[in-house]
Design a protein around this ligand. Sequence first.
Ligand code: 5AD
Ligand code: SF4
Length: 466
Amino acid sequence: MNRGISAPYLTAINGIKEYNAVRSERDGKKPSAFVLTLGCQQNEADSEKITGMALSMGYTLSDSPEGTDLIVVNTCAIREHAEQRALSLIGQYKHLKAVNPDIIIAVCGCMTARSERADLLKNSYPYVDIVFGTASLQRLPEFIYDRINGSKRIFAEDDDYSVAEGLPIKRESSFKAWVSVMYGCNNFCSYCIVPYVRGRERSRAPEDIIGEVRDIVGEGYKDITLLGQNVNSYGSETGGKFDFPGLLESLAKIDGDFTLRFMTSHPKDVSDRLISVMAENERVAKHFHLPLQSGSDKVLREMNRKYDSQKYLGTVEKLRAAMPDIAITSDIIVGFPGESEEDFEMTLEIVKKAEFDMIYPFIYSPREGTPAARREDMIPDAVKSERFDRLILLQNELSKKKNEAWLGRTVKVLVDGMSKKGNGLYTGRTDGGKLVHINSEKVKIGEFTEIKITGADTYALYSDEK
Ligand code: 5AD
Ligand code: SF4
């Protein structure tokens, strides 16, 4: 169903465009919008739709909140810290309303999908005009239109979770693109807020995804990441008529010079067919992000992860057998309620066995409303931090070894920017997603190039041959 471009959406876009045209004339400059994105790639992808809609409404884009006419904060709720950060940033916009009472401040994303946070914004942040949840993104123009026409402050609850198609997208990069393939999550891991703030799983139609990827490959995009909370569940609502390996295979057949990536996969349902589609299609990057979360079977059970350490390691083995060069990365939570020293040591053990290229370690953060947050056996902060440090120390050693294995090899990288290390160095990403600092004048940002790896440390590879 095409839900994005509705009649109210078009009326709102046109109405705001006219309103902005009048203000341009009056002020001698176009009204501008600032979009602040916190959190994960899904939020980055959503924000590209927000900026796309802002352009359609006649705003120019600004990279600072000062002096703008519209601010949209796209929030994250995965950990307490993310919410505190959002609230503190929003707090800084109070003075902007004082300077310009016409400014519209909107807050959306995962934090606002939590009613206690929406209430807090309503009661304690009176300068926030519009608050809406993750499933109401396409209604932003309607909310702005109502507000400029004098409506009261708007607090919209998500009530329609069907997939919205056809929204304009202003991509951040001209060669890397996010493409959402599904939204929401049905897994209810006991620590995680995502199923509560992003709703149940729903997949985009394959023809919409294939059309979008074909279009952006035609525009010259080189690195395309398919996004979903658990891409392995793609198409499950359709009774599996079109599943994720099938989608990946169809996308890999599109003509052009590009790499396909995807995230995230739940270890409980990585199929053999997905592994073979990856192995057989050169266009699919040899990188697998496979969140382990814990190495203790007891903790995994309590997390409601539905796999054990043996099954997890079995998948890692299958991936390496099919693709010896594959990079495997993972998410790990330390300090889940009740995690004993022995449980944590099992995590260290599995980290050693799995030989991850890199991990994203997290300190468990209780999320109100999730089952784990109701437990009484919380781990003290000092213990959590100490475990976090030990995990990082171990992984740093392992990452260094994994990176050193690439020394002397010639690899294909996508050059993606200038290195912060200075001296005219470029950065690039390998097929496995590893960062490479490239010392060469011959390379060009946004293009693939073959380079020889001449250095490696914990965090990156280096290519020093001019
Ligand atoms: N506390 C800490 N980390 C969490 N994650 C999800 N929920 C929490 C939480 N409550 C981590 C998981 C997930 C990643 C995106 O964030 O590791 O894979
Ligand atoms: Fe959260 Fe688990 Fe869903 Fe991932 S699979 S989004 S960790 S509930």
